[in-house]
Ligand binder design. Structure first.
Ligand code: F6R
Length: 240
């Protein structure tokens, strides 16, 4: 696992967009694994700028998002489906049929999860997976637990995640459950890039980089991936 430290989020966005640009240049029909949350927003802005400059295209790209809330309408302002369209998809030339965001309202979540994993496999697996990290070390919504998860599954969110993400929701309406790609789904990606900024991530980054590989810090599994890079700012790196 490689760790690169930058001065600020904008420098990280440029470095991360460089990785995506190289990927899309080498393979125009790349399969991308994407993340939501605050961390990837500057990277998505940078990718849109490069698309507008004619440097990259998403015409033949397929995307799979890491996770989606349960019991939240797809068109809710806080759904990850809406987030991805507002922050990336509506501004580039991706085809809607190539966009895959889990349906958190599926009547049969297990089937939705299994179908999602099967589609990724049928598309040849994820070439490049983008990750953020929770203050508790989660990746996707794989919360700290006794064992690393396998494929996509329905998860109960922890109090720490509910506290972090409640800022986006009115009163106490944040969903308590989500569908998420599992740790094994994430680890199957050919290349992984994780971005983190701010002192609130420092403890999780320390456990990820210097701690033992344990499901108590799900991101620590990235130590076992042969092509994973962490792009982090000085504050997130402050305990390394
Ligand atoms: C989002 C996701 C989460 C976030 C993490 C960090 O799709 O999978 O793991 O990456 O919660 O969120 P931010 O970037 O908002 O701090």
């Amino acid at each position: 696992m490689e760790v690169k430290v930058f001065n600020n989020a904008q420098e990280i966005a440029v470095a991360c967009a460089d990785i995506f640009t190289q990927q899309l240049t080498e393979k125009k029909n790349s399969v991308l694994g994407l993340a939501t949350g605050a961390s990837p927003v500057p990277t998505y802005k940078e990718l849109i700028a490069r698309y507008n400059d004619g440097k990259i295209s998403f015409k033949d790209v397929k995307t799979y998002n890491l996770d989606e809330y349960c019991n939240l309408p797809r068109d809710d302002k806080n759904s990850y489906y809406t987030f991805m369209h507002e922050n990336l998809f509506n501004s580039v030339d991706i085809k809607e049929e190539n966009v895959h965001v889990l349906d958190g309202n599926a009547a049969e979540p297990e089937k939705e999860a299994a179908d999602f994993d099967a589609m990724i496999d049928a598309d040849g697996g994820i070439d490049l997976q983008l990750l953020g990290i929770g203050t508790n070390g989660h990746i996707g919504f794989n919360e700290p637990s006794d064992a690393f998860s396998d494929g996509t599954f329905k998860v109960k969110l922890t109090d720490s995640t509910i506290k972090s993400n409640s800022i986006y929701f009115d009163d106490d309406s944040m969903p308590r459950y989500a569908l998420t790609m599992g740790i094994n789904s994430i680890m199957k990606a050919k290349k992984i890039v994780l971005i983190a900024t701010g002192a609130s991530k420092a403890q999780a980054i320390k456990a990820t980089v210097n701690g033992e590989v344990t499901p108590l810090c799900p991101a620590s599994i990235l130590q076992n991936h042969e092509d994973a890079v962490l792009l982090i700012d000085k504050d997130a790196a402050s305990l390394l």
